[in-house]
Write a protein that binds this ligand. Structure first.
Ligand code: NAD
Ligand code: ZN
Length: 369
């Protein structure tokens, strides 16, 4: 039996619909949820070593308790490990254990675990079911939903991948207890972004309850993650393959954000931090185009600062950042497509932004030092 108490969303896709369950302690529900999703066979739990031993054991026990014969592999799953070599290691392990089409792969960890293990599931025997158990805030509100899987190549991030929708996404808020603070802040950047582009009420919640939400205490934290998850789920359901403009809205702050990551060298700014600065640059553009007023720019800056996110960048020049936006894969046909706010909780795509406007806005987020 599954209950709907913790159900955040049902994602509707061409590969099938699936539940996103969010709550504290919901890892105990993994067995019944998998059964309700029609999964039988064995379970292959592939977990980020960061979750070892306690959370991995709990997941293992919960699976066995429901009758899933389970094999467990734990390995280091961070950005450096998001390679074909790591995928190869997992393929070998699956092969040793003769994992079959009827079996299920369970991916437990941050966005890297979700992307990489998801990619392995998409390709092993031409595709086996995958269940996502994201353990970072960023993976919960973003990466675990939508079926994008990938590994990196030396030539660039996420160059090899597939759309492979999970059969279930199970998010246990208790898993966040061990997540490092900076990773947590990065996750908040993406969650706050959802409020900024699509839900003024969510933005309000983030503004009013920063201390409580950062401590992850009480029901509010769970409800807020659920709401952020719902937004991602709705966007994916409306635009599964990123053909229209809806899913593109999720790239708010990412044009300059990716440029910052590129120019600074990956690692100096965490992804969510770079996105926070990128959102400030985008807000500066929107204000210059008369789309929003200074008050919303200030509101956005304040809420980001409340969650310990940076709002300016150092050690880079405007020229470098602007050059990097032009090579970003999100630009098409020469012009950069900007996601800009029209108001709180309202975003649009614009490809007609003059370069001098971009330059002024970018200069504004570069720290003087
Ligand atoms: N598929 C998508 O739609 C999508 C969307 C956004 C990002 N991504 C991908 O997601 C990745 C980023 O995800 P991320 O921010 O979760 O990074 P991550 O997976 O590298 O996790 C960040 C760090 O936190 C550790 N960690 C994770 N959960 C933990 C926990 N509960 N306790 C302690 N440590 C924990 C990890 O080991 C890692 O060192 C990138 O590779 C990105 O390309 C994918
Ligand atoms: Zn992002």
């Amino acid at each position: 039996m599954t209950t709907d108490e913790n159900l955040a969303a049902v994602v509707k896709t061409s590969q099938g619909d699936y539940r996103v369950v969010v709550g504290r302690g919901v890892i105990d529900e993994i067995g019944p949820e998998m059964k309700a999703a029609g999964l039988t066979g064995r379970a292959f739990l592939i977990a980020d070593v960061a979750m070892f031993p306690q959370s991995v054991h709990e997941a293992h026990e919960a699976l066995e308790k429901s009758g899933f014969v389970t094999n467990v592999m734990t390995l280091e799953l961070n950005e450096q490990a998001k390679t074909l070599d790591t995928a190869q290691e997992i393929y070998s392990w699956l092969s040793e254990h003769r994992a079959e089409r009827v079996d299920t792969i369970v991916a437990m960890g941050g966005g890297v675990a979700g992307d990489l293990v998801g990619f392995v599931a998409a390709t092993w025997l031409r595709g086996v079911p995958v269940v996502q158990v994201p353990t970072s805030l960023a993976a919960m509100v973003d990466a675990s939903i939508g079926g994008k899987t990938a590994v990196n190549l030396p030539a660039g991030k996420n160059l090899i991948g597939a759309f492979h929708q999970p059969r279930l996404v199970l998010q246990d808020v208790a898993h966040l207890a061990t997540l490092p603070e900076r990773e947590m802040a990065g996750g908040f950047a993406e969650a706050i972004k959802h409020g900024l582009i699509l839900d003024p009420q969510l933005l309000d919640t983030f503004e009013r309850n920063a201390a409580e939400l950062q401590r992850l205490e009480g029901d509010l934290a769970v409800q807020t993650i659920r709401r952020s998850v719902q937004i991602k789920a709705e966007v994916v359901s409306a635009d599964e393959f990123e053909r229209g403009e809806t899913r593109m809205l999720l790239n708010y702050g990412h044009t300059i954000g990716h440029a910052i990551e590129n120019v600074s060298g990956y690692g100096k700014y965490f992804h969510g931090e770079a996105v926070a600065i990128g959102m400030m640059a985008a807000a500066g553009i929107a204000r210059r185009l008369g789309m929003i007023d200074q008050e919303l720019v200030d509101r956005q800056r304040n809420v980001l600062k409340l969650y310990d996110l940076p709002v300016t960048v150092s050690g880079v020049t405007a020229d470098e950042l602007i050059a990097a936006t032009k090579t970003d894969k999100k630009s098409r046909g020469g012009s950069v497509r900007w996601i800009l706010l029209e108001g709180p909780g309202k975003a649009v795509v614009r490809s007609d932004v003059p370069e001098d406007v971009v330059r002024e806005a970018v200069e504004e987020v570069i720290a003087d030092s």
